[in-house]
Design a protein around this ligand. Sequence first.
Ligand SMILES: Nc1ncnc2c1ncn2[C@@H]1O[C@H](COP(=O)(O)OP(=O)(O)OP(=O)(O)O)[C@@H](O)[C@H]1O
Ligand SMILES: [Mg+2]
Length: 592
Amino acid sequence: MKNKLKGTITESMVVAGIGLAAFYWVCESFMYFFLEPEANIFQIILGPDLFQVWTRILVLCIFAIFGSHVQYTYNKRRAADSALRESSEKYRTILESIEEGYFETDLKGNLTFCNDPFCKIIGYPRNQLLGMNVREHTAPDTAEKISRITEQVKQTGRPEDVTAYDVIRQNGSKTALELSISLLTDKYGKPAGFRGMLRDVTKRKETEEEKRLLETQLQQAQKMESIGTLAGGIAHDFNNILMGIQGNATLMKLKIGSEHPSYEKIKNIEKSVQNGTELTKQLLGFARRGKYLVKITDLNEVIEKSSSLFVRTKKEIQIHTNFHDGIWAVEVDSGQIEQVLLNLYVNAWQAMPEGGDLYLKTRNVMLDSSYVKPFEVEYGKYVQISVSDTGVGIDRETRERIFEPFFTTKEMGRGTGLGLASVYGIIKSHDGYIDVTSEKEKGTTFTIYLPASDKEAVREKGVPVEMLKGTGTILLIDDEKMILDVGCELLEELGYTVLSALSGRQAIDIFQKNSDKIDLIIMDMIMPGMNGGETFDRLRNINSNIKVLLSSGYSVNSQATKILRRGCDGFIQKPFNLNQLAEKIGKIMGKR
Ligand SMILES: Nc1ncnc2c1ncn2[C@@H]1O[C@H](COP(=O)(O)OP(=O)(O)OP(=O)(O)O)[C@@H](O)[C@H]1O
Ligand SMILES: [Mg+2]
């Protein structure tokens, strides 16, 4: 359209030139008509002689050329103007649409031009900014630095970057920016001012910080995972070793009788085994293993039982309970939860050397998604347990490390630093979380949240003591010869007839031949060749009613839980003593 218009105008100026020339021609003809009445029509129209004809043609050409030249010049200027307008519009759009702030100053640093993002970043309206010196909106240190850098840019003509460009906004807030600065020159190439690009890097810095934090957390989680695996492995092997010591000590004790001079020594061995077992329990808790016997549980009962046992030995501590009636049931391994509570009680007691108060509270809570997000658990119904003491409290620095394994502030021999690490591991493996608040010299509160279950809690029936000894045939399966030998003897001491197998395969052979005689099978879970899970399934295939008691020092990939879910009758954690073994067997045989 524009080009078409341009074309017509060009043509019209040429036509106008030709028109003017034609007008001149006509005037000449008229003039000749009046001055020479006897001239013929050709002489009047074309001119009286050849010179006149040529003159008229020359004038015509001059006018046409002049017209087209005027038009050509006019069109060229118009095109240049419109290209200039288009390009300045383009640069204006670019300057306003970028995130960076663009500005220009004179040599003294007074602002002569800036884009909208610049005004936004600096936080002043444009009319105030124009003419303002950069020193007026920069921190004193930055202003110094900028003076040095602009001098350098002026000298060398090379652009420079400024990483920490601190700006003070109109509202007084401070922002860290990044700036690149270069020289502006006049048409003679002399320095005329500076131009610069400003970037607000606050967001980028925040993202970088977030990323760094996530990486640290991930590394920490991976570190904990590998320490956990190591701890779990050690606990398993140790439990097997302790089982051998415990079993042999028990058998010796039974053989020699209480009058023997070594009887007390053997009892000491048993005590050491007991301490070792406590340690491996903490390791298993920290490794998030050992959650074997998950049952619908009433936490009020567990707290009541554990705290009354504890307080009996610690007279200097007053226990105050505030249990919510109708507390929701939870699905937990109550042995592990007792371990958690005991760790918290012991810590509280150690934090109150002069004695003090221990507050135990339970309540039902509904946690929404925003609340549980930082703890990485599901939202919904939870049972909250809080354990508060009036002890020495924990400072902020210590509080950040208390759940780390082997972190302790206690002197050598008093604490291993595994207590809270195992508390944390156990709560996590129950899909709950733990939080701590504390004030120095005032006390500490640990708050545990465990997901509530919709099922009803079942009360545990006590096992009569007279069931300690029994009769019947038991098949004992364990791949460790020593444990097998000790186990057989312990069972015989309890009055049972024992068959033994060193592997799953051997056990199946024995069971096939004696399935009508065998009343109970006690089997290890981790065995080379056919493992506990497969052995269990094959034994049950032979006789679906056979009672099975699972025993292990530790569970890999929660194998034990899987077997228990398939209908296994019970679990006993190695190392066990004669009473624990008798009680378990009694419970299972009594089920019949
Ligand atoms: N209730 C509390 N009051 C004050 N400080 C506490 C409390 N509970 C834990 N702490 C601090 O947390 C640290 C770690 O506790 P944790 O139970 O993991 O280890 P420990 O008690 O030192 O050793 P362990 O429990 O293995 O015998 C303690 O050394 C102590 O400084
Ligand atoms: Mg402790």
